[in-house]
Ligand binder design. Structure first.
Ligand SMILES: [Zn+2]
Length: 451
């Protein structure tokens, strides 16, 4: 699996110009098929070949007994700036990223104003250069103001540096508009990222439509609202020759449409979130994580869009990741303020603050034996990087010196008060996760160190 970047490398904070040696870890670099005990040496921000004899003055990180991998790449994060700085900023969102092992994040455009013009793109990129820890790429809006009425100036946005287009948070439901968005995207060489939700089927919806929603008396969000949009978009993608990337797949049936489209040669890629790989809708009815940590029924921290689904869907997501129907894991990190969540269920905002728990969550699948560590790391590194054409996701000589070092067995209790993110909204509060980031390096600089 090779990564062919087509997007210029985003700035790293890079105040460290020297040499760093990550010594003796188990290096897993799926892009090169490497799983072996090996050193990683970074000089002037990039990986160098082998271990030089002369390492005078090098900083040494002892990674013995730990996993060393390319820094994780998140195609889907809400950094909230500009406009919702009380929820998150580029500074706090990228601090959360590196705390979670992510060295590259792609910022969704549902800001205020929306990222639908070169000026807003430049605003976010400037904030990233000034305040960012991880590398930040910007996703531009598909439609003006994300209102789903008229296309944004996609060519201008591409020239301003966006890596993809999305109205995420909202679906482009108008099929004619979606067709034109896909057609224009071909000229930019960037994918269109769809938040697949047929709104006519989800009006008033609060959670997945099923037995649990019936029992709790909450209006449901049926799987078909996702599946029908993905089916339609696959056809429109075939018609236009575009690249469709399906955001946060949640319903088992969606995978059938993706597989079918691919079999016909249509370029469709897909991502899944840590929560759709690990959690289910019964959480909305209340759950005990431990003797001291629980979620009461109707806890708004379980509210997310698309909603947590049923065990069969969750198992299909894991199987999809294993067989390639789903390409990668993306966090859909969606931080919210307390006023967004400390309200009744129907009034609460959707979303989970995910960057800092993503690794521990997905490693539960590895510990359960349903996915290998190599598969999970590929889904967090070279596979997402390849979808957007980012220079990331491998530690080949010459690659950016972006590294995560983690202990797959270290247990820790999720305490949102300790998050670097402003968003404390996670249903995992009080839950013990197994697997924690020990250190994160961006461009040769250690930006997170819990060793
Ligand atoms: Zn979304």
């Amino acid at each position: 699996m090779s990564v062919t970047p087509r997007v210029p490398l985003a700035t790293a904070p890079g105040r460290f110009g020297g040499t760093i040696l990550v010594r003796g870890g188990r290096l897993i670099d799926p892009a090169r098929g490497i799983d072996a005990i090996a050193d990683v040496v970074i000089r002037d921000g990039r990986v160098v070949e082998g271990t030089p004899d002369q390492l005078d003055g090098a900083r040494v990180l002892d990674a013995r007994g730990l996993i060393v991998a390319p820094g994780f790449v998140d195609l889907h994060a809400h950094l909230r700036e500009p406009g919702y700085e009380y929820r998150e900023t580029v500074a706090t969102g990228t601090a959360a990223a590196v705390a979670g092992g992510f060295t590259t994040v792609c910022a969704m455009p549902n800001t205020e104003p929306a990222t639908d013009s070169p000026a807003v793109v430049e605003y976010v990129l400037q904030a990233a250069r000034r305040d960012g820890s991880a590398r930040v790429y910007v996703i531009g809006a598909i439609t003006r103001g994300r209102k789903g009425k008229a296309l944004a100036d996609m060519i201008e946005l591409a020239n301003a540096g966006v890596v993809a287009f999305s109205d995420d948070g909202d679906c482009v439901t108008d099929p004619s508009l979606m067709r034109h968005a896909l057609a224009y995207s071909v000229a930019t060489g960037r994918p269109v990222v769809q938040h697949a939700e047929e709104k006519a089927l989800t009006t008033g919806a609060q959670m997945h439509e099923g037995m649990v929603s019936a029992r709790l008396g909450l209006p449901g969000w049926p799987r078909q609202a996702e599946e029908t949009i993905v089916a339609r978009d696959c056809e429109l993608t075939a018609l236009t020759g575009a690249h469709l990337h399906v955001a946060h797949v949640s319903a088992a049936g969606t995978l059938d449409f993706i597989r079918r489209a691919r079999a016909k040669g249509t370029r469709v890629t897909a991502e899944v979130t840590p929560h759709h790989l690990t959690l289910t809708d019964d959480l909305v009815g209340g759950h005990w994580w431990s003797a001291t940590a629980s979620l009461p029924p109707y806890d708004t921290r379980t509210k997310v869009n698309p909603p947590l689904r049923e065990p069969d869907d969750r198992d299909a997501m894991v199987a999809g990741l294993r067989d390639g129907a789903i390409d990668c894991i993306a966090t859909d990190h969606a931080p919210h303020g307390t006023t967004d969540k400390h309200v009744e269920y129907a009034a609460a905002a959707s979303g989970i603050s995910n960057l800092e728990t993503a690794l521990g969550s997905v490693l539960s699948i590895v510990h359960a034996g349903a996915l290998s560590l190599v598969e999970v790391i590929a889904a967090l590194t070279c596979r997402p990087a390849g979808i957007f054409g980012l220079e990331a996701g491998t530690l080949a000589p010459g690659a950016p010196g972006d590294v995560v070092i983690f202990d797959p067995d270290r247990e820790w209790c999720v305490d949102p008060a300790q998050f670097a993110s402003k968003g404390r909204n996670t249903p995992l509060a009080g839950h013990v996760l197994r697997g924690q980031v020990v250190a994160t390096i961006v461009g040769g600089e250690v930006l997170h160190d819990r060793s």
